[in-house]
Design a protein around this ligand. Structure first.
Ligand SMILES: NC(=O)c1ccc[n+]([C@@H]2O[C@H](COP(=O)([O-])OP(=O)(O)OC[C@H]3O[C@@H](n4cnc5c(N)ncnc54)[C@H](O)[C@@H]3O)[C@@H](O)[C@H]2O)c1
Length: 258
């Protein structure tokens, strides 16, 4: 299947590690030009070097000034952006009872930069009749406990997916969201390492994943992101998709009943 992504410029936030890295790899395999925006400049440069295509720009995404400078540099040095993937975020455990400042800081880590980037890239996306793919989590649907800021931010990402899909439909720009549940990444490993017994915690989580009793591979998230960004999903917009082995929506008791 030709995904029609050859030489498309795809900006991926947090593309140096984890799910973002898998997304960058998958776009590069399709002949697109991935542009990593985020921290970890050494890892990002290493990845781009290994792939033999793409670019990396450094920005702390909680700093709007750094985002603005980086976007200007991307336009100057690479060109107008066809696809925006809002991937960077962190489950930072800002719980009910935290201060207003801590809550706002969590929104800055998870929600404000996707909004800022979509605005800065609006003209490019319209001109390209391009697309946006947001990365949400199942937490926006299920709750998790102890992470109000992240849940609120990601719930808002789901809402913005539909809001922007309407805003941009007249311009041929599609907006969709991919919501992972359990994917082993550096972020997830850090979280798991803080459990009293990480191996037991992992096994317990895996036992609740209906399809295969396993974590989702980052590449399986990336494949869906690439498809949604491609011209081959040309009439799909405003959708939130869950490549999670049925974790979020299936009845787990039934899934394990032979
Ligand atoms: N791993 C999972 O199981 C899982 C589940 C649900 C949702 N998600 C979502 O997937 C996305 C990626 O998660 P991951 O597990 O790959 O995370 P990760 O921490 O492994 O990688 C995220 C990358 O983004 C960068 N980044 C994050 N915040 C940044 C900021 N403010 N400025 C600059 N760079 C920043 C990090 O430095 C890192 O390179 C996140 O939005 C996360 O909420 C992950």
């Amino acid at each position: 299947m030709d995904l029609q992504l050859q030489d498309k410029i795809v900006l991926v936030t947090g593309g140096a590690k984890g799910i973002g890295e898998a997304i960058v790899r998958a776009f590069a395999e399709e002949g697109a030009t991935p542009v990593i925006l985020g921290r970890n400049p050494e890892e990002a440069q290493g990845l781009i070097g290994a792939l033999g295509r793409g670019h990396s720009f450094h920005a702390e995404l909680t700093d709007v000034g750094q985002i603005e400078s980086a976007v200007a540099a991307v336009r100057d040095e690479v060109g107008p952006v066809d696809v925006l993937v809002n991937n960077a975020g962190v489950n930072d455990g800002v719980a009910i009872g935290a201060t207003a400042a801590e809550f706002v800081a969590s929104l800055e880590r998870n929600l404000v930069h996707p909004f800022v980037l979509a605005g800065l890239l609006l003209d490019d996306l319209k001109a390209a009749r391009g697309s946006i793919v947001n990365i949400g989590p199942k937490v926006a649907e299920t709750g998790q406990g102890g992470t109000s800021g992240y849940a609120a931010a990601k719930g808002a990402m789901n809402a913005l997916t539909r809001e922007w899909a309407i805003d941009l439909a007249a311009h041929g720009v599609r907006v969709n969201c991919v919501a992972p549940a359990e994917v082993m990444t550096p972020l997830y490993e850090n979280w798991l390492a803080k459990r009293p017994d990480p191996a037991a915690a992992r096994a317990e989580i895996e036992s609740t994943i209906p399809l295969g009793g396993r974590f989702t591979e980052a590449a399986e998230i990336a494949d869906l992101v690439v498809f949604l960004a491609s011209g081959r999903s040309g009439h799909t917009t405003g959708q939130i998709m869950y490549p999670d082995g049925g974790y979020t929506h299936l009845d787990r008791a039934y899934a394990h009943d032979p």
